[in-house]
Design a protein. Sequence first.
Length: 291
Amino acid sequence: MGICISTIEVVDDAVNDFLDRQSRYYKESKQAKEYLAKKNASAAANGYDSSHINAVLQSDISPIYPSLPNAAQQYHCRNVYDGDTLTLGDNGSRVRLLGIDTPEIKEKQPFALEAKEYTKKYCHEKDIWLTFAETGGMENEKNKDHYGRLLAFIWVELNDDSNSTPAKRGKRPRQTSSNSQFLCINEGLIATGLAHAYSPSKSKKVHNHDKLLGLQKLARLHKRGQWKEYKDYDAIVTPTGGAFHKTCKNNKKGSTTSSDCKFLARSKSLSLIKVSEAYDKGLHPCRNCFG
């Protein structure tokens, strides 16, 4: 007697679901899959290739979460300045997104406007939630950079049509439905190829640094955003530096370890590395070399 294929598929789904339930991340996985199904349906309707979205949401590094972090505090976004900077509505505090760097609008860098539009879409004149690297929130000076900007992770509720009433400063997260999902904007920008992971130094890294690097690599492999036309090339690194630098090309020898960068003037132990490898190691472009 033959076995119906649809029956096998149902059994397989039941087994897979049982195995998924044994994972401590079952809830996150389940909600990510539900969100993925909705995104696929929308993408198919618009003729969009959703392979990258699938890869991200089906991985264990999805930027979408089933709940907010316990320390998250709610604010209202008044304005989005660029991809990684926005202003809060209550006291005008400026917030710099932590752990990432987006292209500069003033420098007219490629995808700077796209990065701004991404952040604006989710944050402009909407409620957002902030979490910080250090305890104490915005009152702790360690959560600010040397410009006085707050350094934070930004969270938004997905598919929230009621997000219009400005929140009071520092209010605890309002009640959300059991089906709520939250996007970490910092991670989302990396996942869409509109930002790269950034740490001021090798010793000062955010808690999700490895996750940001994983999302960055996926975006590069799938040629999303600023990685669309990316072609690998050589760069210069130092043993302890957190950045990679431009090389001086030699027509006969190709790339060399000579550089015009002022930050390398006294450096002796220089080596060549592929930029893709540098990014995977968590290094960022030197702002003196690349602007």
